[in-house]
Structure formats: C-alpha cells, structure tokens
Ligand binder design. Sequence first.
Ligand SMILES: Cc1cc2nc3c(=O)[nH]c(=O)nc-3n(C[C@H](O)[C@H](O)[C@H](O)COP(=O)(O)O)c2cc1C
Length: 166
Amino acid sequence: MVKILVIAASDGKNKELAELWCSVGSEKGHTMSMVDLCAANLPLYTPALDKEGRPEGVSELEAIFEQADAWIICAPEYNGAMPPTLNNSIAWLSTHGDDFRGLFNGRAVALSTHSGGGGNSVISVMRMQFSYLGCNVVGRTLISNKNKEANPESMAFILEQLDKMS
Ligand SMILES: Cc1cc2nc3c(=O)[nH]c(=O)nc-3n(C[C@H](O)[C@H](O)[C@H](O)COP(=O)(O)O)c2cc1C
C-alpha cells in the first residue's frame, strides 16, 4: 500500500474533497495525509525574491511532497486553468537544485477537482504541467461540482492505479 499525499489547492470545497480522498484511501488501507496550500501561505514567486533565497515554508512544503509515493491533487478551476496557489507552489518547488524536475520525476499523480462548472479545463492544464515535470499522471480523473458528487467507483479505481504505479 502506498503513502499518498492529498494536495488541497483551495480551502473550500476542494479541501472537503481532499478530506474525502483521505477517508476513502484510509478505508482501503493506504497511508493518507493532506496538505492545504492556502495554509502554506507562500509568497508570490518572482525571480527577484528567488535570488534572496528560499522563503519560509518552501523547504517544509518540499519535505511534505517528497515523503509521499504518490500525490492526489484537488484544485478548483480558475479562469479555465489552475489556481495561483498550485501554480505558485509548483514554481517554488521547481526552482531548487540543478534539476527543476527533481521532485516531480516519476511521481505518480492523480488529478481531481471541485469546480464551478465542468472542471475539464483545469484537469487538462494540470495534466499538461505535471506531465511536463516528469510525473506519471493517471488517465482517469475525478470531477465534481455542485450538481455532481465525487464518484466512489472512480475514487476506488484511481487509488488502485496509484498503488500499481508507485
Ligand atoms: C477567480 C475565479 C475564477 C474561476 N473560474 C472558473 C472557471 O473557469 N471554471 C469553473 O468551472 N469555475 C470557476 N470558478 C469557480 C470555482 O472553480 C468554484 O467556486 C470552486 O468550487 C472553488 O473551489 P473551493 O470551494 O475549493 O475554493 C472560479 C472562481 C474564481 C474565484
């Protein structure tokens, strides 16, 4: 059974979705943990700030990401793309050491969203970015919104895939 980190990119419905992932994953015997990117409260990445060194919180976040075999992302769609919390965290986590893909290469990643509408755009954008960073992104995804609850069968299937890939 794998160690799975659930990454909540917003502290509303997507955090609730992250909590649901944790309880479903635990029931299936996985070691689940969650991180809330809003609570991490990282400053906005700029090249000038980067030159001053790593801000407080980035190394801690990196250690949390590093210790997991696999990640499940819960992110709302913002203007057809990912929210700034996620994009900003990825920017900081990709600017340490010689290889920007260091933390990401070969990592099993599953994508999920609770969005205002369909949520397909944020899933596509996340797939593109995590694949670019070298992650192995699970084909099946979880999309929910106010009219569509998270499908337990999809969650079970995705957890099985992460187990096989890790
Ligand atoms: C700045 C902004 C842009 C948004 N753009 C979209 C969008 O493009 N597509 C969509 O389906 N919902 C969009 N929404 C709605 C959010 O995806 C939706 O409210 C989501 O459930 C918020 O997640 P949370 O409760 O975890 O914060 C947007 C919300 C905000 C604040």
